[in-house]
Ligand binder design. Structure first.
Ligand code: ATP
Ligand code: MG
Length: 405
């Protein structure tokens, strides 16, 4: 028995008209991208479902990719068979043998869009049910809450059978909500925030601040590799590396220690905002969580957020660290995030940052710097690289380190 197609049910599709067409079009495009290694697979977006015709591609592999596409509620692999009773009975038995486990209850559920077909839904339910009872020992029917539903759809072109209902990733297709900049560090929180942003349909560009020679090539490679893991949900993510050392050196040299972090963060946010404007983004996302560390108290956020009126969205703002970690494990970023390659913030972190910085003080101190020049030179130094699903950077890094030895 081999699955021939997959029936995909849309997620949160409460919208109508143009938004609905947008949703379906994006989803079809995103599924296409996710399955680009399988050129024979054909995707047919319809008003209420999306059909994927496998044309011999292995369902197990396609399944792994499909699980990561946002905007899918559920999907069912199915078998296309000729419209005769013996074919339906035979294929139903094979499908049950492959998916039914002894002890499970079941029911047959037939739908018919071809009303000229010689059997109606009740007749088919009964005929196929009887056939299965004859051939499977211990099979039990259950109408209300069966463990397994054998679905039979009689359509104009053929009959389709399915018995599995797989939960999709939910959310909205990436791109339907527009574009934003994601401030990605190498930590635990911002990759989780990235995942949650994409799940709401936001297309993200990663903005990463790095500070050579204070930070190593490995710290940069780690952020890029995290992006590779997250790109599995988006097909491709642009990674924007922003040199930040000059700004950090200047702040450290000129300003009092208590405000180092506040001013650094204000500069980061201003850079993220300029890059956003250059790239046509609508918002900025970050991985801040209220009260987690000194820079993430509400007073701190207020003193930092002061530099822009662009929406700054914090998907993990109200989550506990344990909840964030659980999600990080689920999406596969945790193990990489806890690798000890320190990024620019850890290295320039003052020992006693103010937990309640004052907005007026922050503004006044910042004004002592050549803000425009510092921001412009950082912008002039940005490097943009597209990163693809699963792309590795730390291995290459190890390789170059080896070669250098
Ligand atoms: P994370 O696990 O995301 O690093 P964190 O708890 O370590 O978070 P901070 O280091 O204070 O918190 O960073 C708060 C947020 O600021 C991050 O989630 C990220 O959005 C942004 N940020 C911090 N460092 C960088 C960086 N080097 N490049 C880009 N964004 C950064
Ligand atoms: Mg961090």
């Amino acid at each position: 028995m081999q699955y021939t197609e997959i029936m995909v049910r849309y997620g949160e599709l409460s919208t109508k008209g143009k938004n609905r067409r947008d949703f379906i079009g994006r989803l079809a495009g995103n599924v296409q991208k996710a399955l680009r290694d399988y050129p024979d697979v054909k995707i047919h977006p319809k008003h209420d479902r999306l059909h994927i015709v496998l044309n011999g591609a292995p369902f197990k592999e396609i399944d792994q990719r499909l699980r990561l596409v946002f905007g899918i509620q559920t999907y069912s692999p199915s078998i296309r068979i000729p419209k005769t009773l013996p074919d339906i009975e035979q294929a139903s038995l094979e499908l049950m043998q492959a998916t039914w486990k002894p002890g499970q209850t079941f029911k047959v559920n037939t739908k018919r869009s071809d009303h000229k077909f010689e059997y109606d839904t009740n007749q088919l339910n009964r005929l196929v049910g009887d056939y299965l009872f004859e051939h499977l020992d211990g099979l039990k029917a259950e109408m209300k809450h069966p463990d397994l539903v054998l679905r039979i759809e009689v359509r104009a072109d053929a009959v389709y059978l399915s018995s599995e209902l797989i939960k999709g990733a939910g959310g909205m297709p990436v791109g339907t909500a527009g574009k934003a900049m994601m401030m990605l560090s190498g930590g635990i929180d911002s990759p989780v925030a990235s995942y949650l942003a994409m799940k709401r349909g936001v297309e993200i560009d990663m903005v990463h601040f790095f500070s050579p020679p204070y930070t190593t090539a490995k710290a940069l490679a780690k952020a890029q590799e995290l992006t590779g893991i997250l790109a599995k949900y988006a097909g491709k993510i642009n990674f924007i590396a922003v040199p930040f050392a000059e700004i950090q050196e200047t702040i450290k040299e000129k300003l009092p220690e208590g405000y180092l972090m506040t001013i650094q963060r204000r500069m980061m946010l201003q850079l993220a905002d300029r890059i956003r404007a250059m790239r046509g983004g609508l918002a900025i996302f970050n991985g801040e969580s209220v009260g987690q560390v000194a820079s993430q108290t509400l007073q701190s956020m207020a003193a930092i957020n002061d530099v822009t009126t662009t929406p700054v969205i914090r998907p993990v703002a109200t989550m506990d660290k344990t909840e964030i970690i659980r999600l990080a494990e689920e999406i596969g970023t945790f193990d990489l995030s806890i690798q000890p390659f320190e990024d620019c913030c850890t290295i320039f972190a003052p020992p006693r940052p103010k937990t309640k910085p004052r907005l007026e003080v922050a503004r006044k101190l910042e004004a002592e710097l050549d803000v425009e020049g510092l921001l412009q030179r950082a912008i002039d130094g940005i490097q943009i690289t597209p990163i693809y699903p699963g792309q590795k950077f730390l291995d290459d890094q190890a390789q170059t380190d080896q070669n250098l030895l």
